[in-house]
Design a protein around this ligand. Structure first.
Ligand SMILES: Cc1cc2nc3c(=O)[nH]c(=O)nc-3n(C[C@H](O)[C@H](O)[C@H](O)COP(=O)(O)O)c2cc1C
Length: 241
C-alpha cells in the first residue's frame, strides 16, 4: 500500500461538507463501506487510549424517522430562544437527514477516564472525553468523504431531552453519554464551502504575533460575516456538480 498523496488528502479534507439535504433514502450504503467508516472511527487517537466511543448503526427507516421527529420537536425551544433574544434563528433546523439511509449514533463512556493519569482525571476528564470522541467522528466523516458518501453533524442529540429520549428508545445504558448523530448516505446536494479564515491570520511563527490579535469588534465582525450567524451561510441546497 502506498502512502496517501498529501495533496489528495488535503483536497478531500477541503471537500468534505456538512450535507443536510438531498439524501437518497433509496440508495443504500454497502456493508463494506459502512465497515470502512466504522474502522476509521475505531482507529482514532484517544486520550489514554481510553477509546470512549460506541456506535449504534441505525438502518431501520422507522427508527431514523422517529429520531428526525424528535429532532424537530426539541428544536422548538432552541428556535424560540434565538428568535426572542437575537431576533433571528441561525440554527441547523433541516430534518433532511431523516432520509440518510444510515444514522450512526455515537456514544461515549465517561468511565474510560480511569485510563488517564490521576491529575489528568481531575483536571481534564471532560475535555479529553470530548476531544477523543470528536477525533473518531471526524475520521468517520473523512472516510465517508473518500467513499463519495455524505455526512453531517446532528449535535442536538446530546441535549437533555433528546438524549434521554434516545436512551429510552434505543436501550442505551445509563452510564453512557449520547454524543453526536452522524447521518451517512449518498446525497444529490452539496453546499458550497463556507469560507475559512486565511491561514496567515491564524498562524503565528515562534511567538504570538500582536499584529494578528483580534479585538472584540474584530471577532464580532467575523462572527456576523464568516459563521452560521451570517445571512450568507449556506445551510445547503446547491446541487452536486
Ligand atoms: C462540534 C460541532 C457541532 C456541530 N453541530 C451541528 C449541528 O447540530 N447541526 C448542523 O447542521 N451542523 C452542525 N455542525 C456543522 C458546522 O456548522 C459546520 O461544520 C461548519 O459550518 C462548517 O461547514 P462544513 O462542515 O460544511 O465545512 C457542527 C460542527 C461541529 C464541529
Amino acid at each position: 500500500m502506498t502512502a496517501t498523496d498529501p495533496d489528495s488528502l488535503l483536497a478531500m479534507m477541503q471537500n468534505r461538507r456538512s450535507v443536510r439535504t438531498g439524501y437518497r433514502e433509496d440508495k443504500p450504503v454497502s456493508d463494506a463501506d459502512l465497515r470502512l467508516v466504522l474502522e476509521a472511527g475505531r482507529a482514532a487517537p484517544s486520550a489514554g487510549n481510553g477509546q470512549p466511543w460506541e456506535f449504534i448503526v441505525i438502518r431501520e427507516k422507522e427508527t431514523r424517522h422517529a429520531i428526525a421527529d424528535l429532532f424537530k420537536k426539541q428544536l422548538q425551544d432552541k428556535l424560540e430562544l434565538e428568535r426572542t433574544i437575537r431576533g433571528k434563528a441561525s440554527v441547523g433546523g433541516s430534518v433532511g437527514f431523516r432520509l440518510a439511509p444510515v444514522h450512526i449514533l455515537q456514544l461515549g463512556d465517561p468511565r474510560t477516564a480511569l485510563s488517564f493519569p490521576l491529575r489528568t482525571q481531575e483536571e481534564k476528564a471532560d475535555s479529553h472525553f470530548f476531544s477523543s470522541l470528536a477525533n473518531a467522528l471526524l475520521q468517520m466523516m473523512l472516510m465517508a468523504e473518500s467513499l463519495g458518501l455524505s455526512t453531517q453533524y446532528v449535535s442536538d442529540v446530546s441535549s437533555p431531552y433528546f438524549s434521554l429520549m434516545l436512551k429510552h428508545m434505543l436501550g442505551i445504558p445509563r452510564d453512557l453519554r449520547v454524543y453526536h448523530l452522524m447521518p451517512l448516505g449518498y446525497s444529490e446536494e452539496k453546499p458550497e464551502a463556507s469560507a475559512r479564515r486565511p491561514l496567515e491570520a491564524m498562524v503565528h511563527f515562534e511567538r504570538y504575533d500582536p499584529a494578528k490579535e483580534r479585538s472584540q469588534a474584530d471577532v464580532e465582525r467575523f462572527v456576523a460575516q464568516g459563521t452560521i450567524q451570517s445571512t450568507q451561510y449556506n445551510w445547503g441546497t446547491s446541487k452536486k456538480g
